[in-house]
Design a protein around this ligand. Structure first.
Ligand code: ADP
Ligand code: MG
Length: 233
């Protein structure tokens, strides 16, 4: 579904993405892990169009989407959430959902879909509250629901479990599994090996902006290079 080919991105002297090549197969929940600063978020920023790659290609279902605007990439079927949630605090929960939808969609249908999604994540009773009044966990749920408003085929989740309590963590895992059953492919950045073991296959490991390993969670855990990347320096 998604192919990243020889991708390069530097910020001044910092090479954040270093000839990175990887693949996300359709129907998978693929994990992206790596030490802090290894370039995970930068990779997501390029796939979703927030920053332009310096070189290489990003191919979605055979179509080159590298360097397109975020709007066009969303249209191509890619949605994402952020490490630090980005909801509009002075808009209501419902408005946050609607503003993310493609502008040519039928308004009634969008509202219906928005309500279904808010219901799905369990915050429909908050639909008329300002997003700024939501708890941290509720914002994570709103972002997750919002990512699905345009029926994407690929959803990028940047640390969906960070700072989330165990109960909500369990909920998020269930939501991801259910959406995956409905046909959505996930690419998930996270740190918690326990969750990744139960949720993701395969796991891709990056370090210094390049892929150093790929395999099942069990394979990755036994990989010496991965161990070195996390603990060696
Ligand atoms: P991760 O998400 O794996 O923790 P990032 O992708 O956020 O890592 O960062 C990778 C590297 O790129 C880091 O060295 C970080 O400081 C640098 N970096 C990321 N974004 C920018 C930016 N906008 N400007 C300058 N440097 C950046
Ligand atoms: Mg990050």
């Amino acid at each position: 579904m998604l192919e990243v080919i020889d991708l390069v991105k530097a910020f001044g002297g910092v090479v954040a993405t270093n000839h990175c090549s990887l693949e996300v197969k359709p129907g998978t929940i693929t994990a992206l892990i790596g030490p802090n600063g290894s370039g995970k978020t930068t990779l997501f920023n390029q796939i979703s169009g927030l920053i332009r790659p310096d070189g290489g290609r990003i191919v979605l279902d055979g179509r080159d989407i590298g360097g397109l605007t975020p709007h066009l990439i969303a249209r191509a079927g890619v949605a994402r959430t952020f490490q630090i949630t980005r909801v509009f605090p002075s808009l209501t929960v419902m408005e946050n959902m609607i503003i993310a939808s493609h502008d040519d969609d039928d308004e009634g249908a969008v509202k219906k879909r928005a309500l279904e999604l808010l219901n799905f994540v369990g915050i429909h009773d908050k639909r008329d509250d300002l997003a700024g009044s939501l708890s941290y966990g509720q914002r994570k749920l709103l972002e997750f629901a919002r990512a699905h408003i345009n029926r994407p085929k690929l959803v990028l989740l940047d640390e969906p479990f960070a700072g989330v309590n165990p109960k909500l963590e369990e909920k998020m895992v269930d939501h991801i599994k259910e959406m995956n059953r409905q046909g959505i492919t996930f690419f998930v950045i996270d740190h918690e090996m326990k969750i990744i073991m139960s949720l993701c296959h395969p796991v891709i490991v990056i370090d210094h902006g390049e892929v150093i390993a790929r395999g099942s969670a069990a394979e990755i855990q036994g990989n010496e290079q991965v161990h070195e990347a996390y603990f060696g320096r």
